[in-house]
Design a protein around this ligand. Structure first.
Ligand SMILES: [Zn+2]
Ligand SMILES: [Zn+2]
Length: 252
C-alpha cells in the first residue's frame, strides 16, 4: 500500500498566499518581575548612567515636584517617559540588530495628550549591552506618579518567552486578488517582532525621507491595554544610514 500523503496545509492551496509568509517572533509577555538584564515588556531598562532619562515636554503636562513619590506636590512640567520594551539580541535571534548593537529599548509617554489618542512620543534606542554595563547604570530612574498617567498606556511589568512562527499579512495587507478569498486565519495578533504589522485598521506603512517603504520592526498589541487603540507599530528603513524609524497606531 502506498504511504499516505499528508494533506497539504490549506495555505498552500491558495496561490500567492504562501509566498507572503514571514517569520515573526511572538514575545508572549507574562506578568512578572523582570530584571534590568532581562528582556521585558514594561520592565526596568538597562540605562547608561551618563544619559539623562527621557521626558515628554508636552505643554499641558503636570508632574510631581522635587520628589515624584510625593503626590501632594504637582506642578506643570515635563514628565518621565515609561519603559515599554527591552529586547536583548540573545532572546530574539530573529531580530537583526545594527552593527555592534545587541539591545533594543522603547519608551513612550503614558500621559493623555488631548489631541492624540494612543501612546505618544515613543523613542527607540539601539545599544551595546557591554558598553552600557562598562559605563555604569543609571540607578535613579524617575517614575510617573500614580494618577498622572493613562493606565492604558502603562504596560504591566512582564517577562517574555519569545517563540518564532510563520506570519501572514492581515486582510489590510493582502494584495487585491487575495482580499476577497477566504483564507486560513494565519495572521498573528500579538506583541511581536518582524512578520507583519497586526493592523486592526487599513494598513498605513510609513516611507522614510528618501522614499523607501519602511520595514515592520515590531508591533505592540493585545498584551497591554491601549484604550481604544488596536496597536502601536514600529518601522525602520535599513537602506538608509542612521536607521531612520517611524511609528503608527490605529484606533477603533
Ligand atoms: Zn506626554
Ligand atoms: Zn530609507
Amino acid at each position: 500500500m502506498p504511504a499516505q500523503i499528508p494533506e497539504p496545509p490549506m495555505k498552500d492551496l491558495i496561490p500567492g498566499h504562501a509566498d507572503l509568509a514571514r517569520e515573526t517572533t511572538l514575545l508572549n509577555p507574562e506578568p512578572g518581575d523582570p530584571g534590568v538584564r532581562d528582556s521585558s515588556l514594561g520592565g526596568a531598562l538597562l540605562w547608561p548612567a551618563d544619559e539623562p532619562w527621557p521626558y515628554c515636554a508636552q505643554e499641558d503636562h503636570w508632574t510631581s515636584g522635587s520628589d515624584w513619590r510625593d503626590p501632594t506636590e504637582i506642578v506643570p512640567g515635563a514628565v518621565p517617559m515609561v519603559p515599554v520594551l527591552q529586547l536583548f539580541a540573545r532572546d530574539v535571534p530573529g531580530l537583526e540588530f545594527p552593527e555592534g548593537k545587541d539591545l533594543l529599548q522603547l519608551v513612550w509617554c503614558a500621559l493623555i495628550h488631548e489631541q492624540d489618542p494612543g501612546p505618544v512620543m515613543p523613542r527607540l534606542y539601539w545599544r551595546n549591552e557591554a558598553e552600557v554595563t562598562a559605563g555604569g547604570l543609571l540607578t535613579e530612574i524617575p517614575g510617573v506618579s500614580e494618577g498622572e498617567y493613562d493606565e492604558d498606556h502603562m504596560p504591566e511589568p512582564s517577562t517574555l518567552s519569545p517563540t518564532t512562527a510563520a506570519d501572514y499579512p492581515s486582510r489590510h495587507d493582502l494584495p487585491g486578488q487575495l482580499r476577497e478569498t477566504p483564507l486560513p486565519d494565519s495572521h498573528l495578533i500579538g506583541t511581536k517582532v518582524g512578520g507583519w504589522p497586526a493592523w486592526t485598521q487599513p494598513a498605513d506603512w510609513p516611507d522614510c525621507d528618501s522614499g523607501h517603504r519602511m520595514e515592520h520592526l515590531l508591533t505592540i498589541t493585545g498584551d497591554i491595554q491601549l484604550g481604544d487603540c488596536g496597536g502601536v507599530y514600529f518601522f525602520h528603513c535599513r537602506r538608509c544610514p542612521g536607521l531612520p524609524w517611524d511609528w503608527r497606531f490605529d484606533c477603533h
